[in-house]
Design a protein around this ligand. Sequence first.
Ligand SMILES: *Cc1c(COP(=O)(O)O)cnc(C)c1O
Length: 372
Amino acid sequence: MIKIPFVDLQAQHRALRAEIEPAMQAIITDCNFILGAPVVEFENAFARFVEVKHAVGVGNGLDALRLSLEALDICPGDEVIVPANTYIATALAVTQCKANVRLVDCDAATLELDAGLLEKVITPKTKAIIPVHLTGQAADMDPILAIAKQHKLHVIEDAAQAHGTLYKKRPCGSIGTMGCFSFYPGKNLGGCGDGGLITTNDDKLAERLRSLRNYGQRVKYEHVELGGNSRLDTLQAAILSIKLRKLPDWNEARYRHAQRYRELLKGVGDLEFQTENPDSTHIYHLFIVQSLQRDQLQRHLTAAGIETGIHYPIPIHRQAAYKDLNYSLGMFPVAERLAGRMLSLPMFPELTEAQITRVTDSIREYFGDNNG
Ligand SMILES: *Cc1c(COP(=O)(O)O)cnc(C)c1O
């Protein structure tokens, strides 16, 4: 039985091999491994793509988030608001700055942070909000920005799943004070290893971020602050520049696949779909369905050779690592309910019509709805 992977990186790389390999060989010949010219070239290309003045390449998405908080001087005791349904990195960045994570629930329809709940968790110690553009759709930024402005809070966008998403025609990553991206291989734009980047229109913050990612140095061996080491690798930057040119087409292909899934799965079993926010485009990093029979459905698909994922099975407040937050069961009912119902179907640009129908036929078969 030929499997359908959740993400098919091999298909992507087969198509790009002729471009990627010479680019890597050139770097190995030049030996400009750390912050070489390809890093600057990629930063400039990505800044243009997100329509911002500055892009600062870093080691990974978690570091992008943490360095953004450090650049804003988020300190121990400060509070930062994060959605309860996100990848743990969003919360960990706050914890790594020794600041306190404050969670808010998400909207049951769009799955994005519920801006209507923000005011309740804001205290005099709150310094920032990190909305996550989860699944490739933008968080509802206007109400978030309005509340942030009123309470003088920074907004850091977690755009690790939103490379190219537009909110009211503005690219995600250009809307808040800073935008944080991950180039983990499985993201819409992914390297052949780890990578991350921060976008901003603020000259001072960009300069600070460049210092913080590189040992706090202004010029070599002159260290003006306590920085660290989190630099975007030159090889990764060269690969990412090649892939960035394909990204708009890839994102469109994902959108088409998502609409096809919706057509073929409409009315099947108890399936529910994420509501698309008309204010946002959707680049479908993830295509999520919801069912009360999620676990059985996932087992059925696995047995049929179809790989699926769950994003995410345990909300932040239910993670053992965060037991000290002292949030109890029932405090974030939407995130908790979603955690038991969500299933992510195979989603990647190279997905074929035959693969899509194999997935949807298998789901129909599970629900006994072959003629639907
Ligand atoms: C992937 C991801 C991150 C972390 O990125 P890494 O590069 O793996 O550190 C952060 N936030 C979200 C929402 C993500 O999906």
